[in-house]
Structures are given as C-alpha cells and as structure tokens.
Design a binder for this molecule. Structure first.
Ligand code: AGP
Length: 605
C-alpha cells in the first residue's frame, strides 16, 4: 500500500528519496512521485510517474537538486493509477505539496465545496482536497495551516507537507496511518515504514494517532493536532539495513523461507523457563490470578495471520484447555459481536498495520475488552493499540507473501498456550515435553529445507494444474488452508482447502486425475482417518501429494516431515508447502515478491 519518505538536511535529496521509495516498493504500489526544494530555492520541483520507481527515476531531470523533499508510492483508491493521480499533489500556486497515506472519507463532499468556491482539481484523488485546504488557510504558521485543514478531514491519514514559503521544515501528521521520524546528525527523515530510513539512522520516533510533528534539519518537535506539545523520545530500531537486502537469494520469498530456523530461534530466545517448565512472556502483563479468570480466547487476524490464529486456537485448547477460536478480523469488526469480559482477545498481525485488524481492536477496546497483540513490527499501530502482547521477532518480512512471520506467529502461540496451560492444568511433564519440542524446531526446519530439490521437481508437475485441493483434519486443517492461500497468491493457481472430514459431503465430486490433492497427514490419533480419505481419493483416480511423518502408500508422492510433539506438528508441516508454492510460481514465471493485485500491508478497508 502507499508509502511516504521525506528528508531535510544538507545532502542531495533526490537520490535519497528515490532510494527510500525503492525500499518501500515491497508494500505494493502503482505510481510514484517526488517533490523537492532547498532553503535558497523559491519554489518546488516535482516529478511523478505511473508505474515503478524506476519509471519515476527515468523522468527525473539532471538538474533536480535540493536538500529537502517528500516522496510517495501510491496504491490507487480514489482514481486510477496515472501520472495525475500520483502523489505529491500541489495547489494552484505550486506552493503546497502533500503526500498522503490513508483515505479521506468525506473527500467528495469537500471537493464539491472547493469546486463551488472556484478551486480547480487536477486529479481524482481524495488527497488533493487536503492540499487546497492547506493552501487556502491564511494562518501565520505552516503548522496552523495544516492543523486547520485537518479539522475538516474525516478519515485516516499519515501525511507529509512541504511549503515553498516555509522551506526550512516538513510538517507531518498521523491519524490511523503510520508516520515515523528518523533522527540523524543534522538531518532528519520521515517515513511511513522504518524500511525507508533504516539505512541512514536507527533512531526513530513513532507518532501516535492525533499527533503532528515539525522536522527541521537539526531539530524536531511533536505536538497534538490541537497544538499541545508532546514528548516523544527516540527509540532504537532493532532491525538493521542489511536485514532488508536479498542476501544472495533471487527473491525475498526464498530468503525468508530459508531464514525460518534462525527466526524461530529468536522467538524462543530468553523466553523458556526450565525451572517451572513454562515460558516468560514479558509483554503479556497477565498475572496468574488474571490468567485463571480467562474463560475463552478469541483470536482475530486476516489472511495468513488468521490461519496462524487457527493453529494457535487449537494449541490453546489442547494445552490450556480454554475454549478458543479464530475468526477473520475483517468479518468480526462488522458483526456487532458480543464482547465478553472474561474472554481474552488476541489480535494477530505481521505488519501491525492491517486496517481490518486495527479496527477490530479499536472496537473491542471501545467495548471494554482486554486485547493482546501478537505482532512482528515493533511499535506498529496494532502493537500500540493492544493492551499487551508478544512480539514474534521474525525480522523484517519484505515479500508480500508471508512465510517466516507465519511460522514465528505459530511458535508465539505455542508459547502463549504453554504459558496459559502451566498456570492451569498442564502438568510439569507435559510442559517439559512441549519445551523439548519447541527446542527441536530450528534444527527440524533446517532438515526440511534440505529437501528443496525434491520439492522443486514436484513443483514442475504442479505448475501444470489448473486447480488444486488441500485437505487436512483438525491440526492439519489450518495447515491446508495456509498452504492453499500460499499457492494461490504466489502462483495464481486456483486452490481450495477443505477439512478432510468434509470430503464426502461435497468436494469428492471434484476428484479426477486433473485435480491434484495435497493432504496433510500427521502421525497422530487421526492418522487412520486421514488414510481413509486418501483411499477415497485414490479410488477416484485422484493424484495425491501427502505431507506426512511417514511414507503414505496411497499417495503418489510423500514429503516426509520430521515428527515433533503432536501439538506442535502444524508449525512444521506447512514449511515444505511454502517451498512448493514458491517453486510452482517460479516455474510459471510469476512476480514472486510482488504478486499481482496484492500489497504487503493492507492499511485501507
Ligand atoms: C500473506 O501471505 C498475505 N499476503 C496476507 O494474507 C496477509 O497475511 C494479511 O493481509 C494480513 O497481514 P498482517 O499479518 O500484516 O496483518
């Protein structure tokens, strides 16, 4: 989705901004633009282009110099992708430039009023109304002009504003869309995502909703949209610039799949308590007394995070014996759910920015619920909004298709389940058993990734399929769902996931040689039931790929996965299927890191 980057200092700004935009490319966008100035300049210079950042770069003239600027990658919401609709947006006098992430809900109403007042619009965007509102203010300070304009706005925004008459500063504001300041040595950065600035500084200030900031080359000030000063001290970003590089892999997806053993090691680090066979989750803020009062756990997330939540719900039921379920946050927020004070709500999000999840959290909090976050990005909106939570420490995930964050989120759920379980009825020996299982995970992941060549060969066959069925039962079902999502989003092959138990209630009608089935067959108490499902498929000449702990006679091929504890098996069983999705997409020549129509962080409705 949209991205913002800005700089003020002494360096030549255009290359810095273009580099920042490149680092935001992973979020998904359809056009880009940049506007610059400098203390001695009398006006603003702007270039915009539909397409990629490289298309913008190609348009930047040789003498495009300056030391202050803001830039943007746009994901179209109001108006098609085009040069005109790309940000920044300028007013009629070319004095005010605005870049904006988010959506202005009352844009059409404001646009109509401005047009009636004689304002001419150059784009179809919602953002342009903000530019004209700022330009029409006659307040003395730029900050007041922005504040006045924002008073008319309903909706979400992260904005950066540049003004030709106030070219010693950039004014930014946040309401529902992230804005981060990067503090350098006599230079300041602003971005919607630390990815854009972490190669220059790791000292950041994250604005809260309702907060604004003025950044100058050697100073920054934060205040509320009402004008009261706020104190925001810089924190250090733990992710380094190199974590955003491809590190010798051809794609981020491949790199991130292969980082999983290290990532799992990180989510476990410092959290296991062998003395009491439990775990420490420092950010949880839930003492034993409160934990015993939890009567239900409700997990909310979208897409892959929702699937991780489904696995988490089963772990919590199995280990802590607390009724738990997961629901897409995108559905939950619209159904006026009954909010129960004894339920622990858990919001799951890799990015911590997904609007549907954030809106669900806000609705829950408004109704007095206690919400935990399981999030990857430190300081993100959901992490800040939640009452407490657990970071999954997967490191930055750049590929739109989530892999390592999924795995780490399921491990974080295992930790939460163990923690709740050991406060309730999970025995010391079961606690020990789960801890031993958790400790085995990194090595088992490595072992599995060594089978890449075998999976690559299989992928050549699957690339010919028009459609695929993924089945699993109980622990295997969320694994099947996630594997099916992975395949469809990166390879564009239609895939459907079904509980294996439901086959005979409908999907068996689809089985024929041209529809391959991927079956998740863990060695657990349901093994024989799963084998029966394979028989049923084979009897109808269906082709089967099994992901199992031992060779499956009825399958055409079995990917044998190392066995862990039954409760933890789902964490591992999805990993070979990430590789299957990857190699199938590669065989089909897909744009693996940026699948069509998708964005990394879905920050709008
Ligand atoms: C993952 O592969 C998807 N691209 C998508 O389903 C994603 O998981 C979903 O949009 C939620 O994102 P989040 O975890 O950042 O909230």
């Amino acid at each position: 989705m949209c991205g913002i980057v800005g700089y003020i200092g002494k360096r030549d700004v255009a290359p810095l901004l273009l580099e920042g935009l490149q680092r935001l490319e992973y979020r998904g966008y359809d056009s880009a633009g940049v506007v610059i100035t400098s203390p001695k300049a009398t006006g603003l210079k702007m270039v915009k282009a539909k397409g990629r950042v490289r298309d913008l770069e190609a348009r930047v003239p040789k003498r495009f110099t300056g030391t202050t600027g803001i830039a943007h990658t746009r994901w179209a919401t109001h108006g098609a992708p085009s040069d005109e609709n790309a940000h920044p947006h300028l007013d009629a006098d070319n004095k005010v430039a605005v870049v904006h992430n988010g959506i202005i809900d009352n844009a059409s109403e404001l646009r109509a009023k401005l047009i009636a007042d004689g304002v001419e619009f150059l784009s179809e965007t919602d953002t342009e109304v903000l530019t004209h509102l700022i330009a029409r203010s006659d307040a003395e300070k730029l900050e007041d002009r922005v504040r006045e304009a924002l008073r008319h706005i309903e909706g979400t925004y992260g904005i950066a504003v540049l003004h030709a008459d106030f070219n010693d500063r950039i004014v930014v504001a946040r309401n529902g869309s992230p804005v981060v300041l990067g503090i350098g040595e006599k230079e300041m950065f602003v971005a919607s995502d630390v990815a854009a600035l972490v190669s220059h500084t790791r000292q950041v200030v994250t604005l809260d909703d309702g907060e604004m900031a003025t950044i100058k080359a050697d100073d920054y000030r934060t205040y509320t949209t009402e004008g009261s000063r706020t104190t925001a001290s810089p924190t250090t970003v733990e992710w380094e610039a190199e974590s955003y590089d491809m590190g010798g892999h051809d794609t981020y997806m491949h790199k991130e799949i292969f980082e999983q053993a290290d990532a799992v090691d990180r989510v476990l680090r410092g959290r296991i308590d062998d003395r009491f066979s439990t775990v420490h989750l420092g950010g949880l803020n839930l003492d034993a007394h409160d934990a015993r009062k939890v009567r239900r756990v409700k997990i909310l997330g979208c897409g892959t995070s929702y699937h991780a939540g489904m696995i988490g719900a089963q772990m919590i039921e199995e280990l802590a014996r607390i009724p738990a379920d997961a629901e897409p946050a995108s559905e939950f927020r619209y159904r006026n759910a009954v909010v129960d004070p004894d339920t622990l709500y858990v919001a799951v999000s890799q990015s911590g920015e997904t609007y549907d999840v954030l809106a669900a959290v806000q609705e829950l909090k408004r109704k007095g619920a206690r919400v935990f976050g399981i999030v990857n990005v430190v300081g993100s909106a959901i992490a800040r909004e939640a009452d407490a939570g657990v970071y999954v420490h997967a490191g930055p995930e750049v590929c739109v298709v989530s892999t390592k964050c999924f795995t780490n989120t399921t491990v974080a759920f295992a930790l939460l389940a163990l923690h709740l379980g050991r406060i309730r009825d999970l025995s010391v020996s079961d606690g020990k058993r789960i801890i031993a299982g958790l400790r085995q995970l990194p090595a088992q992941i490595e072992q599995m990734l060594e089978r890449e060549d075998e999976i690559k060969k299989l992928a050549q066959e699957f690339a010919e399929a028009k459609s695929m069925l993924f089945i699993g039962r109980v622990r295997g079902y969320p694994v099947a769902r996630e594997a099916s999502l992975k395949l469809k989003e990166v390879s564009y092959i239609h895939a459907e996931a079904y509980p294996a138990s439901e086959l005979k209630h409908g999907p068996l009608a689809l089985i024929e040689p041209a529809l391959p089935t991927v079956a998740i067959v863990p060695d657990d108490d349901l093994l024989e039931k799963n084998r029966a499902a394979l028989e049923e498929i084979k009897a109808r000449s269906g082709k089967i790929l099994a992901v199992a702990h031992q060779e499956q006679e009825k399958a055409d091929h079995t990917i044998v996965v190392p066995k862990n504890e039954n409760e933890l098996d789902p964490i591992l069983m999805g990993i070979p299927l990430q590789l299957l999705a990857y190699h199938t997409a590669l065989a089909l020549g897909r744009d693996i890191d940026k699948p069509r129509n998708l964005a990394k962080s879905v920050t709008v409705e």
